[in-house]
Design a protein around this ligand. Structure first.
Ligand code: HEC
Length: 313
């Protein structure tokens, strides 16, 4: 049993994490919503801007809209007793995990006595499981439980509760976007899938490209040989790596784009050394426009804003 003091302390701790978690979950909701979200790495000044990062694909299944009003902090006991006042609102509910009803469903109680009524929570994703008898702050949309209503609101939250469904019908349920535990960890957070060593190599190479290609372009435009050739080795290596990567994946068009980009980098060098600045400029511009050509079909933006190779293209 927790002493009253520890319990009060923990509650305060949770209140502190609440705003951070709320902001984080809002940010995620917005990222999912905003098709115009800026790419993390804009084209450097002077470079033909790459086509905007492919807009995050509209979710294949309906999911919760971003909240339009401030999130209301609530206690599990209040929700269990008088849910009506918050139905349709986004709430941040604190309580103790009572029981797990599956990977994506659990119940929350006011305290550990198990005497008070519990509140059902449905999550669309749990990267880590909840631990019974620990404090959580659940952020999400409060509604009255009905499997069909949940599915209409958010398919990703429509978990099959089996025999438990009847028990919770008409009772409050939270469709959770965040489940913050007593260590401030959001158990429902997005974890990007692991990368293969080749993907890691490609990512590392790509991260060096914006600054290097920006200088290449600037050097060519300003007839500055030193600047124009400074990053040739970096860029040639990056595009060689990209070419090898795409070859392995059987992306014939991308293999050619990477090879062409590398050839144009080398042409900038050759032209700059010969003082053929028109040729250098043209080749540098071609390097700059290769980015969008390849990114549109073969790069995707994950929910956390990070980029990955997209095989679909
Ligand atoms: C032939 C294909 C191809 C070309 C050409 C290309 N890229 Fe990429 N780029 C990719 C792929 C695939 C990814 C996704 C992989 C990743 O980010 O891990 C990527 C990712 C990136 C990223 C994100 C890296 C990260 O943090 O994950 C940046 C920045 C980037 N490219 C810049 C550029 C710029 C600038 C150019 C042009 C000068 C360019 N790329 C040309 C294929 C290409």
């Amino acid at each position: 049993m927790m002493s009253a003091r520890t319990s009060a302390w923990r509650r305060r701790g949770l209140a502190v994490v609440l705003s951070a978690a709320a902001v984080a979950s809002l940010a995620v909701a917005r990222a999912q919503q905003a098709p115009t979200a800026k790419p993390a790495a804009p084209a450097p000044a002077g470079q033909t801007p790459a086509a905007p990062a492919a807009a995050p694909a509209a979710p294949a299944v309906p999911t919760l809209p971003a909240p339009t009003r401030a999130i209301v902090p609530v206690a599990a006991s209040s929700v269990a007793a008088k849910p009506d006042q918050w139905v349709g609102e986004y709430v941040a509910m604190t309580g103790v995990v009572e029981a797990s009803l599956g990977k994506l469903a659990f119940t929350v109680d006011q305290d550990r006595t198990k005497a008070s009524p519990d509140v059902l929570v449905l999550a669309s994703r749990m990267s880590d499981p909840v631990a019974p008898n620990t404090y959580v702050t659940v952020i999400g949309l409060l509604m009255k439980y009905d499997p069909a209503d949940v599915a209409a609101k958010s398919k990703v939250h429509a978990q099959d509760l089996g025999a438990d469904a009847a028990k919770y019908k008409g009772k409050p349920v939270i469709l959770a976007t965040s489940v913050v535990n007593d260590r401030m960890l959001d158990l429902a957070r997005f974890i990007p899938p692991p990368m293969t060593p080749e993907e890691e190599g490609l990512q590392k190479a790509m991260r060096g490209v914006p600054a290097a290609s920006g200088e290449l372009r600037k050097g060519a435009d300003a007839s500055n040989a030193e600047l124009a050739v400074k990053n040739v080795a970096t860029l040639a290596a990056a595009f060689a790596e990209t070419e090898a990567f795409m070859k392995k994946r059987g992306k014939v068009d991308a293999v050619k784009w990477a090879a062409d980009a590398r050839a144009n980098v080398l042409l900038v060098e050759k032209s700059a050394k010969a003082g053929a600045w028109d040729d250098a400029k043209k080749a540098a511009a071609a390097v700059g426009s290769a980015c969008g050509t390849c990114h549109t079909p073969y790069r995707e933006r994950l929910e956390d804003g990070s980029f990955r190779f997209k095989s679909g293209g």
